[in-house]
Design a protein around this ligand. Sequence first.
Ligand code: 13P
Length: 252
Amino acid sequence: MRTPLIAGNFKMFKTAAETTAYVVELRGLLADARGVDVLIAPPFTSLAAAAAAASGSAIGVGAQNIHWEREGAFTGEVSAGMVREAGARFVIVGHSERRTLFGETNATVNKKMNAVVAAGMTPIVCIGETLEQRDRNETLAVLDRQIKEGLDGATGEQLAAMVLAYEPVWAIGTGRNATPAQAGEAHFHIRQRLKQWFGLDSAGRCRILYGGSVKPDNIARLIAQPDVDGALVGGASLDPKSFLAIVKGAAI
Ligand code: 13P
């Protein structure tokens, strides 16, 4: 009932021209792919190029961040309305790199989530524990706080349409992915909390992606976990062929 979603987070890679070439290649490769939703989140400057190249295809386009205000004196920031006009329909919110390198908190994640919803787009809200938190057995408590504070005020209907991404920080860019059992346990816990706080039906419709060193050779085992509804892919999304292999692996 939940269509798998494979999302590519380009991070700070690919110019507009490189993004166009990527999307043209991916479109061709995806021509016969069925049963999986696919989106890419390139840098701001590549959004319009991605949207133009993906126009008329099933490839969705997302931004990696926004500011929560509609407009204002916020040098260097970009609003939800701006990325929407550039062609984005999804926005990644609260990625761990933004939390650790750029000071994002659950409170700013909440404001951004609301701004994305208000602009008529789908937030992809990232949560996940650090290695220290896992070692101290705080993983589930950290996830609870990130969900409770990050999604504070969201309605069940909004939650149902949202995407969450569980990305254990220690697995991002390290080549050290969570085992399917570790991912399954965290996703099960997240789903239970969503049921408790937003109701069975909404929690059952919300897609929860796994992120952290997802590759063509581990996607099938991860997606086999009942509450893993897809993946947020960093490094392996940058090459259309490896991204395609992950999309195909998710369809099995
Ligand atoms: P990697 O797939 O490169 O580990 O990155 C994961 C990630 O941060 C996706 O948002």
